[in-house]
Design a protein around this ligand. Structure first.
Ligand SMILES: *Cc1c(COP(=O)(O)O)cnc(C)c1O
Length: 412
């Protein structure tokens, strides 16, 4: 067994520690909260670490499929043992190179975000001599729950506007190299509560069935999205959804009476719920300073290691919290970077700390390393340690490095 203090001593800080037992538990609990037979896609965006992706495939229980959006994520999914025909390729800007590589690898299911996206997928599929199965991602005109991250209801690069989709259907159904097999709705992240989550999923089912009836949208496969909530960089635990399964079963029985025979096959997707609580960031206090009555605890990890997207107002650690009893100290937690933006928490209660102490930032298994500003200020990326049953199973580090290429002559 290795304690956090021992791991920090042995591997240095900043150090991410991922616990695969927690990944197993999250997968088990999320599958249990969904009706039997519903597919679950893991959004690799949350954390493409190969051991985590592999854990979501392996072991007892149903494996997660992979929701991918780049050639890097495609490679990570394949390397983790997810077959290409269990990958869903998404994203508003799929390039020629990535479509070519995805089709060559055997990916056949794509989420389509626009007519142009569909035509490009079709052209590449035709060149490969195959047909691409396509889910039309729908940007609903109206939403329900309030969440931190909304992706529908307004103009968006994501999905096709639900109000104009019926008029486009004949054209979309005729794109060579493609077969429209269903719909993809992903309207939010991090639902406020069980009722909000259910309302959003209900809305997704209702919209998809309406488009099937009124606009002839084929419905062999229906990805109703997600929004399963998990804390980020603060203490706390994943939401539990004790009534979701029965609620969804009732809803699907009512709207899609043959769903139990996989007509349509139904899917959900999640990133943060599956891996968020598996990760802890260990960071060391480098210095403590006072300035005009305020205290700053300066850590060796900043927005280059965690919460790097907070500047965009997304995925924000409103305030990073640390594990352990809170003492009398009130201070701001800042990183080592030369920018005032490198602030992880402002004026929060903290345990008594001294330089050299290790603090643990919990719930950073999702949107940790790869969602941070790794390249900024040219510090090494944090080491990532994976443990199972308290034993270390792997130690690795992402290494951003410059690769030189030949200088090409100007054309003309
Ligand atoms: C980001 C994303 C997810 C994962 O979101 P979480 O909040 O981490 O569950 C799932 N699906 C799509 C389409 C996404 O863009």
């Amino acid at each position: 067994m290795s304690t956090h203090a021992e791991l920090a001593e042995r591997h240095g800080t900043p150090l991410y520690v991922y616990d695969l037992d927690r990944v197993d538990a999250a997968r088990r609990e999320l599958f249990a909260a969904l009706p039997a037979g519903v597919d679950l896609y893991y959004a690799l965006k949350a954390n493409p670490h190969p051991d985590l992706v592999r854990a979501l495939r392996a072991g007892p229980g149903r494996p997660c499929r992979a929701e991918i959006s780049s050639v890097g994520e495609l490679a990570a999914a394949l390397a983790a043992g997810c077959p290409a025909d269990e990958c869903l390729y998404t994203g508003p800007g799929k390039t020629d190179t990535e479509l070519d590589q995805a089709l060559a690898a055997g990916v056949r299911l794509f989420s389509v975000e626009s007519p142009g996206d569909l035509r490009r997928i079709g052209a590449h599929a035709t060149r490969h001599g195959v047909t691409a199965d396509c889910l039309l991602r729908v940007n609903a005109a109206t939403g329900t729950a309030t969440t931190s991250i909304r992706m529908t209801g307004r103009p968006s690069q994501f999905g096709m506007d639900s109000e104009t989709l019926p008029g486009l259907m004949p054209e979309l159904l005729a794109v060579p190299g493609t077969r429209i097999v269903g719909a993809h709705l992903f309207t939010m992240s991090n639902a406020k509560d069980q009722a909000g989550l259910f309302a959003e999923l209900e809305h997704a089912v209702e919209l998809a069935t309406r488009l099937a009836h009124e606009a002839g949208l084929p419905l062999e496969y229906l990805d109703i999205g997600g929004g399963f909530a998990a804390p980020y960089a603060v203490p706390g635990r994943r939401d539990r959804y004790p009534r979701l399964r029965a609620g969804l079963e009732r809803l699907l029985d009512e709207r899609l009476p043959r769903w139990r025979d996989a007509t349509p096959r139904v899917a959900c997707e999640s990133g943060r719920y599956l891996v968020g609580d598996s990760g802890t960031l260990l960071t060391r206090v480098v210095n403590i300073k006072e300035s005009r009555g305020s205290t700053f605890v300066i850590l060796d990890a900043g927005i280059n290691a965690v919460g790097g997207l907070s500047g965009l107002g997304r995925l924000l650690p409103a305030a990073v919290g640390v594990e352990g009893p809170v003492g009398d100290l009130r201070a701001s937690l800042v990183g080592p970077l030369c920018t005032p933006g490198d602030t992880l928490a402002r004026d929060v209660p903290l345990p008594a700390l001294e330089p050299g102490d290790v603090v643990a930032v919990p719930n950073v298994g999702a949107y940790g390393v790869t969602a941070s500003l790794m390249g900024f200020l040219s510090r090494p990326a944090p080491t990532e340690v994976v443990v199972r049953a308290g034993e270390v199973v792997s130690v690795s580090r992402l290494e951003p490095r410059r690769v030189h290429e030949p200088v090409k002559a100007a054309v003309g």
